[in-house]
Design a protein around this ligand. Structure first.
Ligand code: ASP
Length: 857
């Protein structure tokens, strides 16, 4: 019992919503009889008059209507949720769904005010939102058709609860109640609309509600009303707040809560003071003394009502409230989450529940699948009898949709896109063509082909996760086998290595010659039998040096052998050099002789871009052409300008046409194509090959109309097939086995090995070793020279410098391979220090004299 000491009597006055004059009259009449509070009216026209009278008389005025004017009159309490906060709920929901664009259908100006937060939240640079008014007529079809033609699938509907059914019904008639349409209905009384006909259409219809019919308070109250209605057919309260047995209107529930709020405030005040009802006259300046106290009590009271917790903020507005988010499902309207002003949207439906619901919907569906003929994805089946329906087609994509339909349990009908195109955006008209157009027009539910996932397409339609990965590459004629070259023996080493070798040969020969002259140990007795020669001979004349080095280079050797350490060092290093060079040459020659040399004018996209002789193109309106058109990379930009400038056009209507042009072009045309399609072509057409690697990396996906609820389920099915290895099996079947697959397999293995000439990078080290050896040899030669000169200088008692100078002068003359002996005490005789009669090795002579065989300087 709320009011133990008082009793509330309701006095109902009915009036026309527009008639403010009578409204004022009736309020004055009520005041004359004495009232504690006035509830209502619901009409905005009359409410303000009632409000001003209540304010003057200080009679509490309780409202339960949406009022955007947000008045803060002293005697007013409005239980309707604060309009701005309510508007935020719509903003939060639209944001939670991630709607990029939507159309608002509103009935009257109030509707626009109601949705102003939604309009404000949408930035100027975001996708456009369209705002359309329903109009007076009850035929909404022309308006709905226009919205349908704009391909909009997200609709916010703001109209009176009575019109919702008609709008939805007419939308259904013109095909705007498909799986891809979503409606957000702003009415808080959607559960009062008969939605039976829309339950199975798959359309997403969502709204907020203030009253939870399953809440314990509501159930209790409804039960009581039903009982009292049954007992007392003329019960007054029940006629105010009960509309039917299944739901409670927001307005009704708010009125119920308003009465309870007033009762609670009255009770609170009643405990502290005596409250009497006082008749008041509109003509007198008299007020009710308890009015303000009651209003203030109502504003601080916090209680639970049918519309949730009732409390007011410091400004006296009801801005803290909770709304249920309800969605239409096969079982009727279901709560899928809640919204409150502090936390925003909170979906209570789990991912699993949502997924199961979608899979259930899918199972009763027959999807229209749009595709285009493109080998091996979709091809016409070859058969003797006439085939119809899905049986006409076969290929990877056909098998893929079949497998997906088995996983999810749906039916499908395959239809070819009328223009046979993949789908590209015309930048001027902003219109899509091909399969994408079919999806946008909702003529098809799925697009399955070698349809590349691109940014532009993803903006227009939804894609599943990719079922195949690929990249752009070049399809070109296979390189022609070169006839063996007459000078192919030169091939194992590159030209610069040959030049370096020739230089090394000459350099080493000259060095050998110089060191041999320089080194005293290379001067020998020319006649071994003559133990007292007059001259000494050096075998390393320039010609002999050249002969010695070429002999060893050719692996033949020669009679001449170095004797001094320095020259031996030169010879040793040279032999090491020849050993490595000859073995490298021989090994590489073997490879060159076994491998067929191929002549390929292009090896990569860069090669293509650098030349203009070979024309190149791509599929018109495909993602490959779009890649070049939109690329920021200079090579690809250049390639795009080249392609665009070519007459006749280098673009083709299909991949098949591109392949034919490459074959017929005989090396004059290269086709930029996706690697998977190239793979398919080169498996069957052995004249063709893929040139270079991939220019990018992307994937094929199944496309569906925007906002498709089936994307997650179909993506899940693709993942499942991938994990089970089915996608791999399908790929092998359609690439390598069916329709002549594997025809060029032997070819590919044969040409896969290649031999490259050895460059300086491969053999440079040997040159370094050779040069190092030459350096060491020079140092040794200097040591030998100094050592011997010192010895002679000691014996001759001359200075070392003079001795060295004279020897050096002789060596530098660079001519004459004999050298007279300087003999001690004689002008021409046998060396004094040697008397054993044998050939004396270098250095056995103690001194040299100069005889006239060679002119002496
Ligand atoms: N698969 C491509 C597309 O979807 C065709 C191409 O451009 O090569 O557009």
């Amino acid at each position: 019992m709320i009011l133990p000491r008082s009793k509330l009597n309701a006095q109902i006055e009915k009036m026309s919503p527009q008639d403010s004059f009578h409204a004022s009259k009736k309020v004055c009449h009520l005041l004359r009889s004495g009232v504690a509070a006035i509830f209502g009216p619901q009409s905005a026209h009359t409410a303000s008059h009632v409000q001003s009278i209540c304010d003057t008389m200080e009679i509490p005025h309780l409202e339960t209507r949406w009022d955007y004017r947000l008045r803060r009159e002293s005697c007013l309490v409005n239980l309707y949720p604060h309009p701005t906060t309510l508007s935020k709920a719509y903003v939060d929901l639209v944001k939670a769904w991630g709607w990029k664009s939507f159309t608002i259908i509103y009935e009257n100006n109030e509707g626009l005010v109601r949705l102003q937060e939604l309009l404000k939240a949408h930035g100027p640079y975001e996708f456009p939102i369209t705002v359309r008014q329903l109009g007076e007529s009850s035929d909404y079809r022309p308006l709905l058709k226009q919205i349908k033609n704009s391909a909009e699938s997200h609709i916010v509907l703001d109209c009176s609860t009575e019109r919702i059914y008609d709008v939805l019904k007419q939308a259904q008639q013109i095909g705007m109640m498909s799986d891809y349409h979503s409606y957000l209905i702003t009415s808080l009384d959607l559960h009062g609309v008969d939605l039976e006909e829309f339950k199975y259409g798959g359309t997403n219809i969502t709204a907020f509600r203030l009253v939870d019919p399953d809440g314990p308070e509501v159930r209790k109250v409804v039960r009581e009303w039903n009982l009292s209605e049954a007992k007392n057919k003329k019960g007054e309260i029940s006629s105010i707040i009960r509309d039917n047995n299944t739901f409670v209107k927001a307005e009704t529930a708010l009125m119920y809560d308003a009465v309870h709020l007033f009762a609670k405030a009255l009770h609170d005040l009643d405990t502290s003071q005596q409250i009497d009802i006082k008749p008041l006259s509109c003509d007198a300046v008299d007020t009710w003394p308890h009015g303000y106290s009651l209003i203030n009590y109502m504003k601080i009271v916090e209680m639970r009502g049918l519309t949730g917790v009732i409390k007011f903020d410091h400004q006296g507005f009801r801005s803290d409230f909770v709304l249920d988010i309800i969605e239409l499902s096969k079982e009727g309207l279901k709560k899928i989450g809640t919204w409150n002003s502090t936390e925003g949207v909170n979906f209570t439906r789990t991912y699993g529940e949502a997924y199961t619901q979608i899979v259930e919907i899918i199972q009763n569906k027959t999807f229209v699948v749009t595709t285009i003929l493109s080998s091996p994805y979709v091809m016409r089946k070859e058969a003797s009898e006439k085939l119809t329906g899905n049986a006409q087609f076969e290929g990877y994509a056909v098998d893929l949709i079949h497998e997906i339909s088995r996983v999810l349990g749906f039916n499908y009908t395959i239809r070819l896109a009328p223009d046979g195109r993949y789908g590209s955006l015309n930048r001027e008209t902003k219109e899509w063509d091909g399969m994408i157009r079919e999806l946008l027009d909702q003529k098809a539910d799925l697009a399955i082909a070698d349809l590349t996932i691109t940014y532009d397409r993803e903006q227009a339609v939804d894609f599943t996760m990719p079922f195949m990965n690929l990249g752009i590459s070049i399809l070109y004629r296979k390189p022609i086998k070169q006839p063996p070259n007459l000078f192919s023996f030169l091939s194992p080493l590159s030209l610069d290595v040959w030049i370096y070798m020739a230089t090394a040969y000459l350099g080493v020969s000259v060095l050998l010659f110089i060191l041999a002259r320089f080194s005293p140990y290379e001067w020998d007795n020319p006649h071994p039998c003559n133990s007292d020669p007059d001259v000494l001979e050096n075998q390393f004349t320039l010609l002999n040096s050249l002969w010695f080095t070429i002999g060893s280079l050719m692996q033949q050797g020669s009679d001449i052998a170095p004797k001094a350490v320095s020259t031996r060092m030169v010879a040793g290093m040279w032999w090491f050099f020849t050993l490595i060079m000859i073995s490298s040459y021989t090994a590489n020659l073997a490879a060159f002789l076994t491998v067929e040399r191929m002549d390929s004018p292009i090896e990569s996209a860069d090669d293509l871009a650098k030349q203009t002789k070979i024309k190149y193109g791509a599929l018109r309106g495909g993602s490959t052409a779009a890649f070049f058109r939109d690329s920021n990379f200079s090579t690809y930009q250049r390639m795009w300008s080249f392609m665009e400038s070519q007459r006749p056009s280098v673009f083709t209507a299909s991949n098949v046409e591109g392949v034919e042009r490459v074959v017929k072009g005989k090396g004059g045309y290269a086709f930029l194509m996706e690697s998977t399609s190239i793979e398919y072509v080169i498996e069957r057409n052995c004249e063709l090959t893929q040139v270079g690697g991939m220019l990018d990396s992307k994937g094929y996906g199944i496309a569906m109309p925007p906002n498709s609820p089936f994307r997650t389920a179909i993506s899940g099915a693709i993942l499942k097939l991938q994990e089970e290895g089915k996608l791999h099996i399908l790929k092998t079947r359609w690439w390598k086995e069916k329709r002549g697959g594997g025809a060029c397999r032997d070819d590919t293995t044969k040409t896969s090995s290649t031999a490259n000439e050895l460059g300086l990078a491969n053999v440079g080290g040997v040159f370094v070793v050779l040069m190092g050896g030459m350096g060491v040899a020079c140092v040794i030669a200097v040591c030998e020279f100094v050592w011997k000169s010192r010895k002679v200088a000691v014996e001759e008692r001359s200075s070392l410098c003079a001795e060295m100078a004279s020897e050096l002068r002789f060596a530098l003359r660079c001519q004459g391979s004999t050298k007279p002996i300087r003999k001690k005490g004689r002008s021409c005789n046998a060396p004094t220090g040697v008397d054993d009669g044998r050939f004396h090795p270098l250095g056995s002579y103690t001194s040299y004299g100069f005889v006239s065989k060679e002119p002496i300087n």
